[in-house]
Design a protein. Structure first.
Length: 475
């Protein structure tokens, strides 16, 4: 990675495209060095823990450098692309071109207390509070500067007068990815010997600092005469047969979903109830609505009517639409319904929601469902579309599954699972006839919803699907 020093070069940093996200993976670059870009042009697609998002560049210019290749996970706030703004006057960010220059700037920056005029940082990319202090080096590592450099450092730190003029150790030179690697591995950069140009610490230097030196294993036999227990043998290197196993890194949406489901399953006490329903009349209504001019161009399916049935049931039993505030020990009742629809995508399960679904007419709900599903399949669902849900529907019936015990979406009170709709023998008007039948399962948070309330909601949904004209009388 080359360092841009021209005044016309701007570094575009990885933004926080969600709420408090700390990193994102670069999925695809849409530009290459030498390409001309304009303000608002999408330059790359990134995947966060919530969704895949396209990033637009905020200025005009020519691409000078892509700092990271596709597939790299980058921390929020790190520069990902350099753009030469023709005729620009924006000063470039200070770069560690030579070793004496870095301690002149960075120690003073780190020493600023909170609120002292520091440049604002992006959301989710705060400055570590511990960065204001650094331990002095031990032993012979301290006097590494030449006398002239020490005098210059003393003049910068204490103006060369009295005890305040003590020489502070220079901050090791390393690029942000290397600093993150060192932090993850628990390596103090002050103890690493740099091999890069101008004294810059490289990734190899950090890995070398972690790896034990070759002579380090020799003292073990020397301790054998005094230690009755032999030193433990090193753990064997585990290898995998790539022809028989495929290992997929857990990251992005899948990682966030896994963490959320574990947190929900072991935080909210789940209760699941089931009901088997004759939905023959609902299926007939679906066919009638497909021919209705008001639904021309809209996708009409059983999910539409089941969604509307759940919204009507919530209207009749509003206490089910709530959340648990653990910090304040309060139940928060919601006077709106953001209806989540679980969607399986190549990147994992996501749950976007329809805002204010309770206030939508049936055609409006059909349009919103169609847009939600299409956006999810294209991988273009935004983080905002997945926030603020109150209840969720998951349709496992599309996979031929009869029903399931769904886990609550974190922060929500209930989730309704729809099973497969099948032609089954059913007692209808005193006779056994073939009828369209499905099984519904409602999971709810037992802190918020007791058995009576949960049963009423599920019974109302079932009653509407058996007699869909109740949508008119109950809505």
């Amino acid at each position: 990675m080359t360092t841009m020093t021209e005044a016309s070069v701007r570094e575009f940093k990885m933004p926080d495209v969600g709420e408090g996200l700390t990193e994102a993976e670069i999925l695809k670059w849409y530009v290459q060095p030498g390409d001309t870009v304009t303000d608002g042009q999408v330059v790359c697609e990134v995947e966060t823990a919530k969704a895949a998002v396209e990033l637009p560049i905020p200025y005009d210019g020519v691409v000078r450098e892509l700092h990271f290749p596709e597939g790299t996970t980058v921390d929020v706030g790190m520069a990902i692309i350099a753009v030469d703004v023709a005729g620009g006057t924006v000063p470039a960010a200070p770069a560690p071109a030579a070793q004496p220059e870095a301690p002149q700037e960075e120690p003073q920056e780190e020493a600023k207390p909170a609120g002292s005029g520091r440049q604002p940082v992006l959301v989710g990319y705060g400055v570590a509070q511990t960065s204001t202090k650094r331990r002095p080096r031990k032993g012979a590592d301290v006097p590494r500067q030449e006398p002239a450099a020490q005098a210059l450092q003393a003049e910068l730190n204490g103006h060369g007068h009295g005890p305040a003029a003590a020489v502070a150790p220079p901050r090791p030179l390393a690029k942000p990815p290397v600093r993150k690697l060192a932090k993850d591995l628990g390596v103090d950069l002050a103890t690493v010997t740099p091999t890069g140009p101008d004294g810059i610490i490289t990734r190899e230097d950090v890995h070398a600092a972690v790896a034990p030196p070759a002579p380090a294993a020799e003292p073990v036999p020397q301790a054998a005469p005094t230690a009755p227990v032999a030193a433990p043998a090193p753990a064997p290197l585990v290898t995998y047969d790539t022809a028989r196993e495929t290992r997929i890194p857990v990251k992005g949406v899948r990682k966030a979903t896994a963490a959320a489901m574990v947190g929900s399953a072991f935080t909210a006490p789940h209760v699941t109830e089931f009901v088997t329903v004759d939905v023959t009349r609902t299926m007939k209504l679906v066919e009638e609505l497909k021919q209705d001019k008001e639904f021309a161009g809209l996708r009409v399916n059983p999910l539409l009517l089941i969604s509307k049935a759940l919204l009507v049931a919530i209207k009749r039993n509003p206490d089910v639409n709530a959340s648990w505030d653990e910090a304040n020990q309060e139940i928060v009742q919601k006077h709106y319904v953001n209806l989540g629809i679980a969607a399986a995508t190549p990147r994992g399960l996501i749950v976007p929601n329809i805002k204010d679904a309770h206030a939508r007419t049936l055609p409006q709900l059909a349009q919103a469902l169609g847009e939600l599903v299409a956006t999810a399949r294209e991988g273009k669902t935004t983080p905002a579309a997945m926030q603020g849900g109150t209840v969720t529907i998951t349709n496992v019936g599309v996979f031929g599954v009869d029903t399931g015990t769904p886990i609550l979406n974190p922060g929500e009170s209930a989730i309704l699972a729809i099973g497969a709709i099948k032609l089954q023998p059913w007692v209808h008007k005193g006779k056994v006839k073939p009828r369209q039948v499905t099984t519904l399962a409602l999971s709810f948070d037992h802190r918020l919803v007791d058995g009576e309330l949960g049963s009423k909601v599920l019974a109302d949904v079932a009653a509407i699907l058996e007699q869909p004209k109740r949508l008119i009388t109950w809505a």
